[in-house]
Design a protein around this ligand. Sequence first.
Ligand SMILES: Cc1cc2nc3c(=O)[nH]c(=O)nc-3n(C[C@H](O)[C@H](O)[C@H](O)COP(=O)(O)OP(=O)(O)OC[C@H]3O[C@@H](n4cnc5c(N)ncnc54)[C@H](O)[C@@H]3O)c2cc1C
Length: 318
Amino acid sequence: MKITEHLSASKNKTLFSFEILPPLKGQNIQSIFDGIDPLMEFKPPFIDVTYHREEYVYIERAKGLLEKRVVRKRPGTVGICAAIQSKYKVDAVPHILCGGFSKEDTENFLIDLDFLGIKNVMALRGDAVKSEIYFTPDPQGHNYANELVEQISAMNRGQFLDEALENGHKTDFCVGVAGYPEKHMEAPSLEKDIQRLKAKIEAGAEYVVTQMFFDNQKFFEFEKSCRESGITVPIIPGLKPIATKKQLTLIPHRFHVDMPNDLTREVEKCKNNEEVHQVGIEWCIEQSKELVAAGIPVLHYYSMGKSSNIKAIASQVF
Ligand SMILES: Cc1cc2nc3c(=O)[nH]c(=O)nc-3n(C[C@H](O)[C@H](O)[C@H](O)COP(=O)(O)OP(=O)(O)OC[C@H]3O[C@@H](n4cnc5c(N)ncnc54)[C@H](O)[C@@H]3O)c2cc1C
């Protein structure tokens, strides 16, 4: 089913969903199943699987020379989605990026998804390659996520890149896109960022999943601004329970989101990461309960493959 169909069928009950990332190359899929199994009792209608583009690594060779290698540390997004759909009979939502994809690669990727019976995709631009500051699109690819959404919408109309190909099979993807309650780091203002979010919806996206946030007020204000700008599609909040002291600095640095003072104070008081884990769970339960009370259709948890804290939260909220 499409995400939009799950939402219509939910009869205003808040649904539970989560996101996982493929294991590092060399590991097997059991680690994925071990992360999903404990969460199945909360009946997720869909599970997202992230996509990880290539990185550059530099290997030291003789005479101080460096060899540049292109590696993908976490391949397997499509295979994991197929395995999830087959094992759990739950919709898997693969993430697809502009970065590292030509339009032709995108088309072929989407053909695979369509043949596998995958009905939903999360369309993203992707970040810059780790060793670079700015995002550089593939020379034959897309610059921004709205262009990627347009390509998927064209395939939904049966239009492929080869214009000579007539009466192509019409795919039927439901497309999700990313939204940023605290603004995407590159956007000049939140207002401009929301205009660009609207462009993704006008290109065909049917729902939004947000970047993580730790202060619900930021989400409620973002949702209000989106509605005022004419965005009517469902906006699904992304939630992440903090689990280590280091994340107090890592998360703001990596994701450009603020940590509320109360949360920071509680984490700083902790003697070890077990205590931080518990603070993270309690904070996320409070966030979740308030969002459920506000009638939010789905809560989407960034599990990062670790299910113990998500299970503790879900058992108090769903
Ligand atoms: C829910 C979620 C899931 C994610 N999953 C993944 C994943 O699986 N893999 C991964 O690598 N990354 C993932 N990311 C991270 C994401 O790829 C980065 O945040 C990326 O920097 C932006 O992607 P986007 O799709 O939001 O880009 P866009 O919507 O293209 O926006 C990127 C920036 O460009 C600006 N912009 C947009 N359109 C234009 C335009 N026409 N002209 C000028 N500026 C413009 C926007 O304001 C924004 O600042 C995820 C993020 C979220 C919130």
